[in-house]
Design a protein around this ligand. Structure first.
Ligand code: B12
Ligand code: SF4
Length: 459
């Protein structure tokens, strides 16, 4: 709100960057043994002009200090964190500090976010952030900044790794590419990046990697295998540095032996694969035909044969999921030795084709974005079960998957990166102990008489 003129050649300004986290996320992630480093604000900090002093509060590990002397507060928020980000914004604006909000939610719903901030940034920040701060200095802050041109990411500065706090995984985090060529109907990436891929020059990424802190690195790319020839060139270039790294990818790369061999030689220890569901019918409806569930077992076998662990994204609640999906999924992943999984219920994020379809069918149950967390709430009416059954089933499946017998069986079958995998699985196992809610298998709903009494169709 302090949009009065501040122009003074020698003046230094102070900006606080906040990685806002929903209450659910703070609860779940603060307790995690492994906390992944975050990139957004350390990268934005690197694009901040030198005469601005930058600090960063990461709400997973720190409390926001409303009494700091500041000129501007920049907040990044995903959809579940949006209501909390608005509360933070209210407090700062009360103290006459200008608040700027960006990130996925601001990009998807700028009109809503505008009501809570002095400025909203729609899309990518690289080009508009320095411009916005210049406008602030001149007392000309605008209400909305749209990144019309997509930044090409050439000469991208290294993220300010020094601003990453309390991360057990380390601080080595960056990206080599941005975007994904696919368009799964529940995913926000196609809306955020308009399906336009960007690739940083391989030499620049390799140079940056050399300087990154720690041995274990994360490339937070949406799909590191989007262009396989680029990826292979990158892997060959970084292999000499002998770093260990992980990233995200589609499962089809498993069948490209050259890709897998080069990835393994360059130090890839694990990849996150959005396997989502073992139901091909659900994959088809979600416009994710590039995943073939019949091949999952072979995909995982091939990853393991190259010494690369698989962290799968597992999502419950697609329209073909009935009450048996929880059990069959856990049984399947135990039998193929899946290393680890991020298990959630489907979230129809605003502005996605999925949200629009469910909304048109009258199946969106709430627009309270804090409930769009995938772990503690179901926000839509599932096709073949009650919302509460979906939540309980997901929770039950997570506990089964991370039970001690399942961990032993899966890691015995995988025999990949055991040192890493044991810690990872133990981390999830312990986090579930703290979770509070204990689910059950909805196939045996009759055993939960109390639950059944309260079960109407909308759960
Ligand atoms: C790394 C990551 C994680 C990590 C770390 C989270 C973190 N905060 O960094 C982990 C694994 C913990 C995670 C968890 C989750 N994630 Co996540 N995650 C990502 C991922 C892959 C990369 C984020 C990143 O670093 N991007 C690179 C930076 C540079 O891009 P950026 O954040 O978009 O920021 C740019 C612009 O948006 C803008 N900008 C952003 N903020 C601001 C602020 C200001 C002031 C300005 C000026 C500009 C600006 O400028 C930046 C530079 O261009 C994104 C996908 C993506 N491409 O963003 C998904 C993504 C953010 N995650 C998503 C989701 C859904 C989740 C979960 C809810 C999943 C779940 N069910 O548990 C949880 C939520 C956890 C939480 N923290 O609340 C969704 C969010 C969708 C939405 N509508 O909000 C995304 C977009 C993935 C997707 N496929 O849809 N995630
Ligand atoms: S492949 Fe992954 S990143 Fe790409 S659109 Fe689908 S879910 Fe999103």
């Amino acid at each position: 709100m302090s949009t009065t003129s501040h122009t003074s050649a020698s003046r230094r300004y102070r900006v606080e960057l906040i990685t806002a986290e929903s209450e659910a996320s703070r609860f779940v992630r603060h307790r995690r043994l492994i906390r992944f480093p975050q990139l957004t604000m350390p990268l934005l900090a690197a694009y901040t002009p030198d005469h601005w002093e930058v600090s960063h509060t990461d709400e997973i590990v720190q409390e926001v200090d409303f009494n700091k002397k500041l000129d501007v507060v920049g907040i990044t928020a995903n959809t579940p964190a949006a209501p909390h980000a608005y509360a933070l914004a209210r407090e700062f604006r009360r103290r006459r500090v200008a608040v700027v909000i960006g990130g996925p939610h601001a990009t998807l719903l700028p009109d809503e976010v505008m009501q809570h901030a002095d400025a909203v940034v729609v899309g990518e920040g690289e080009l508009v952030w320095p411009q916005l701060l210049g406008d602030f200095e001149r007392g000309e802050l605008k209400h909305i900044y749209r990144s019309c041109a997509l930044p090409d990411l050439k000469t991208m500065p290294a993220p300010r790794w020094d601003l990453i706090k309390g991360r057990t995984y380390g601080k080595g985090v960056t990206i080599a590419t941005r975007g994904c060529p696919f368009a799964c109907d529940y995913c926000t990436i196609p809306q955020m990046y308009r399906r336009r891929m960007r690739y940083r020059p391989v030499g620049e990424v390799a140079e940056e990697l050399k300087r990154m802190p720690g041995r274990a690195l994360i490339l937070w790319d949406d799909n590191i295998g989007a262009d396989r020839s680029y990826a292979k060139e990158l892997f060959a270039a970084i292999a000499p540095y002998k770093r260990w790294w992980t990233s995200q990818c589609t499962a089809d790369v498993a069948f490209d032996d050259e890709f897998m061999t080069l990835a393994a030689k360059s130090g890839c220890k694990a990849l996150f694969l959005g396997l989502e569901t073992i139901s091909q019918a659900s994959l088809n409806v979600a416009n994710k035909r590039h995943n073939r569930s019949a091949e999952y077992s072979e995909v995982i076998r091939r990853f393991h044969s190259h010494g690369i662990a698989v962290q799968a994204g597992v999502v419950f609640g697609f329209d073909h999921d009935d009450r048996s999906i929880f059990r069959t999924t856990v049984e399947f992943y135990r039998s193929v030795g899946l290393d680890s999984a991020t298990i959630s219920v489907l979230i129809p994020f605003p502005s996605t084709p999925l949200f629009k379809r469910l909304d048109a069918e009258g199946r969106i149950l709430t627009r309270d974005w804090s409930k769009y967390n995938g772990k503690k709430d179901v926000v839509f009416q599932p096709a073949l079960m009650a919302p509460r059954e979906l939540l309980m089933g997901m929770e039950w499946a997570a506990r089964q998957f991370y039970s001690i017998p399942s961990i032993i069986e899966r890691l015995w079958r995988s025999r990949t990166g055991l040192w890493w995998n044991v810690v990872r699985n133990a981390g999830y196992h312990l986090a579930l102990r703290n979770f509070g809610v204990v689910g059950f298998n909805p196939e045996h709903v009759e055993q939960h008489a109390e639950f059944q009494k309260t079960l109407d169709h909308r759960g």
